[in-house]
Design a binder for this molecule. Structure first.
Ligand code: G3I
Length: 335
């Protein structure tokens, strides 16, 4: 980030525009950046009416060592959200990454692993009942070809772990909305076909699944043209469909033309969500290029967010605001 003073973003806040359209606009929130006055706090509080715990509720952040539970990070996010009238999406209960080092197939039998993950879900969801409205219960269960990811959980518990996890979460908070969340499932493709088949089967079996999270870590120039058709088929099953981690990475250098194209592509994702009535949440995976996860994982890419390194609005910011501000297709009420 530059040293120049933070200029408040122009126009009506995104959260106000989104609320008028009947959707929530969210961001991933870093628990470590919420103290004091900063551009980060100003934008997080002012622009969004939903926040997702970026890392604070991942298992490696809540239980290290075994049996010692640490909630202060997630509590910080929940208090921030309460102070700013924001809804919280809890992320992520069952995942193959960011588990504590002491959770492993070498240390525990399948029965022990099952008890551990059951207790993690029960304790975590129970603790935040009433404070966390929806959960990414199972994160990234599938491979690109639609097969189950050979995660610790799949290996130890078999494919039934997805249903079990959802049941445990429902028991812990009957009011929370429960999601499966995954990436590269935005288009009609083998992975989203498999997710669709899984969701359908879970619903037929009476498993408490309320929605699907489409992460949407997209690449400039490769925005799926069938996003709407895909969202609609899941919605037709009676599920909510949320865009949960949107960013659009740009092959560097991010010149003017690429940033203009990025703005159009952000606009098209927002427009698509607005066209699908069951799409009532659109969450960005962070809002400033200064803190984006992209450069660490894709060194040739960057500039994925709607604000630049200095928290100044990029064309993408204006495009998102403009689409949310359109009056056509307005939906009544607040989500
Ligand atoms: O907590 C340690 C800290 O103690 C240490 O000093 C520091 C040094 O590198 O690392 C810190 O851990 C980092 C952690 O974020 C918290 O900041 C990890 O190295 C880093 O790998 C981790 O990255 C996160 C990533 O998930 C890893 O799984 C990103 O912040 C987070 O944005 C990203 O989010 C995921 C979603 O959960 C699921 N979908 C994909 C998305 C992007 O990868």
């Amino acid at each position: 980030m530059t040293d120049s003073p933070f200029q408040p973003l122009p126009g009506a806040p995104l959260r106000e525009l989104a609320a008028r359209r009947g959707i929530r606009i969210g961001t991933a929130l870093d628990h470590a950046l919420l103290d004091g006055a900063s551009p980060y706090v100003a934008v997080a509080a002012g622009q969004f009416n939903s926040v997702t715990t970026e890392n604070a509720l991942k298992w490696d952040h809540t239980e290290y060592p075994k049996g010692v539970l640490s909630w202060e990070r997630a509590d910080r996010i929940v208090s921030f959200a309460r102070a700013h009238d924001q809804r919280v999406r809890g992320h992520a209960l069952v995942w193959h990454r960011q588990n504590p080092a002491w959770v492993s197939e070498d240390e525990q039998s399948p029965a022990e692993l099952r008890a551990l993950i059951r207790d993690r879900i029960a304790v975590t969801v129970g603790r935040y009942a009433g404070s966390i409205a929806c959960w990414d219960v199972v994160n990234e269960p599938l491979e690109w070809d639609g097969s189950y990811r050979e995660s610790l959980w799949h290996k130890a518990l078999g494919p039934g772990y997805v249903a079990e996890a959802l049941h445990w979460a429902r028991q812990a908070d009957p009011a929370a909305k429960l999601y499966i969340n995954d990436y590269e499932v935005e288009s009609l493709c083998p992975k989203s076909d498999a997710l669709y088949a899984l969701a359908k089967q879970l619903l037929l079996n009476g498993v408490p699944l309320d929605g699907i999270g489409f992460q949407a870590h997209l690449v400039l120039g490769r925005i799926p043209t069938d996003l709407e058709a895909n969202l609609r088929r899941f919605a037709d099953l009676g599920l909510d469909v949320a865009i949960t981690e949107l960013d659009i990475r740009v092959h560097l250098p991010a010149d003017e033309a690429r940033l203009a194209q990025q703005a159009e592509e952000y606009a098209s994702v927002v427009r698509t969500c607005l066209r699908v009535p069951r799409c009532q949440e659109l969450t960005l995976w962070g809002f400033t290029d200064a803190l984006s996860w992209i450069p660490a994982e894709y060194p040739e890419y960057g500039a994925a967010a709607i604000l630049d390194d200095g928290y100044a609005p990029k064309p993408a910011y204006h495009a998102v605001a403009s689409v949310l501000g359109e009056t056509e297709g307005r939906r009544p009420g607040r989500p």
